[in-house]
Design a protein. Structure first.
Length: 469
């Protein structure tokens, strides 16, 4: 089973100062100076932890400012998105309106086209009527020309009076008068009809021209209107495309801001987590100082007692002095051996991943796979820096060790559960939890880290645990 790489680049810098628990049991009873040096060292590390806490507090404050700035940017982008969205809505409404106008214009064009077709038929009928009129007019003109020729042949005039006076009797006079009237009426009708039909011809010709001009004008106007509407629609479509592009850019920027917000929030949480870890580490250092001071008092008492006994032994005899020296050596040897030893394998299971580069990042520990609930043990004597649930490590335990004058830090991650608490002293092989699959984990396993020194963000102190088991 493999542990996922840390969730974010803003990984906590927690444990940058490993808790130091001096192996007081390793100090010889007569090495009081070494204990004092350890106390001074612990106090220096406590000052380092205080400095680290101040630095983390500053980072947290800076992160909170960035979070507020990010929120302001999000609000600004949200307003811009709403503005663009409104512009898009307006553009869409205008496009719909233009499409409706174009549809209406198309209908008008279709109607006008139908009218044109109808008018063309009317024009054709008018042309036929005109041709008929022209034919009638032409015939009538021929008739009039014949009458004019007859009149011209008879001297240029017809005397209707002579016709009447030439009557033989009254009956003949009546007949002649009736004939003259008919001829005059016919001439009059012919002239009036001729004038009327010529006027009608001109009117129909003008009507044809007028209708044709009107329809051509209307058709041209509708075509111009359609062209203008299509151009306006095209401009609106272009505006809409620009707005969509702006919307995509703003939404992309908004997504980046939201991701940045999430990272900042998680970084803030990690800083808060680091503050808690540093506070726990500071408490552990204070506890170690108290233990070292207590040991110092014991050593001072032992030194004073030893000095008193040596003085007494010197006064009594050489043998007593020799016996006291042997006893002191045994006590010192016993003290030195207590709490010493190398690391042990923290859990049983298969080795699925080692220390080194993996998935493009540095894997700072080893992975031991087994079933959920497999016991996990402390790799060496030490003090629990913190036992808690991390966003990336899941349920985890950090322990500080002091072995042969060297500080070590061990990390036990992805636990199903743990049964130790912050500040608790543990011994090598003591069960501290059960293997699990919590945090950024792809299956039940223990992610175990060993750092020669303190844990830091770059994990530069990480060493291969197999070299120390």
């Amino acid at each position: 089973m493999n542990k996922k790489k840390p969730a974010y680049l803003f990984m906590i810098t927690a444990l940058s100062l490993g808790t130091v628990l001096p192996g007081v049991s390793q100090v010889k009873a007569d090495e009081l100076g070494n204990v004092k040096d350890e106390i001074n060292s612990l106090k220096e590390k406590q000052e380092d932890v205080n400095s680290e806490k101040s630095e983390v507090s500053g980072k947290k404050s800076n992160t909170e400012e960035k979070i507020e700035e990010n929120k302001e940017n999000q609000n600004q982008v949200t307003n811009e998105i709403e503005k663009i969205d409104q512009e898009l809505s307006d553009a869409q409404d205008k496009i719909a309106s233009k499409e409706a106008e174009i549809n209406t214009t198309n209908q008008e064009i279709e109607q006008t086209t139908a009218e044109i077709e109808k008018t063309k038929q009317e024009i054709e009928q008018l042309k036929a009527d005109i041709e008929d009129l022209k034919e009638r007019i032409a015939k009538r003109e021929d008739l009039l020309k014949n009458r004019l020729r007859a009149i011209q042949k008879n001297g240029g005039d017809i005397s209707y009076l002579e016709v009447l006076m030439g009557a033989q009797n009254f009956g003949d006079f009546i007949n002649r008068a009736t004939a003259v009237n008919k001829i005059m009426d016919q001439d009059k009708d012919i002239m009036e009809t001729h004038r009327a039909e010529k006027a009608e011809l001109e009117e129909k010709q003008e009507e044809v021209v007028s209708k044709k001009e009107q329809l051509e004008t209307k058709q041209a106007e509708l075509e111009d209107k359609k062209s203008s509407l299509q151009q306006q629609k095209q401009e609106l479509e272009s505006l809409k495309a620009d707005l969509n592009q702006k919307m995509e850019q703003k939404e992309s920027y908004m997504s980046e801001l939201e991701n940045e917000q999430q990272e900042l929030e998680e970084y803030k949480m990690s800083l808060e987590e680091e503050q808690q870890l540093l506070a726990s580490q500071q408490s552990a250092i204070q506890k170690a100082i108290q233990q070292a001071q207590s040991e110092q008092q014991k050593l001072e008492q032992m030194a004073a007692e030893k000095k008193r006994k040596e003085e007494e032994a010197r006064k009594k005899s050489e043998a007593s002095n020799s016996s006291g020296s042997s006893s002191s050596s045994k006590a010192s040897s016993s003290q030195q051996s207590s709490g010493n030893g190398s690391f042990i394998r923290p859990a049983e299971g298969r080795n699925t991943s080692g220390l080194g580069q993996r998935w493009g990042t540095f894997h700072a520990g080893i992975d031991i796979a087994n079933g959920i609930g497999t016991p996990v043990k402390a790799a060496a004597n030490g003090v629990v820096i913190r036992a808690y649930r991390s966003s990336s490590y899941g349920n985890c335990v950090f322990i500080s060790h002091y072995i042969n004058g060297q500080v070590y830090t061990t990390v036990y991650a992805h636990l199903n559960s743990y049964n130790v608490s912050t500040g608790q002293s543990v011994t090598q092989g003591q069960p501290i939890g059960q293997m699990g699959n919590t945090g950024d984990s792809t299956g039940p396993h223990l992610h175990f880290e060993l750092h020669k020194g303190s844990w830091n963000l770059s994990k530069s102190n990480a060493v291969n645990p197999y070299s120390y088991f």
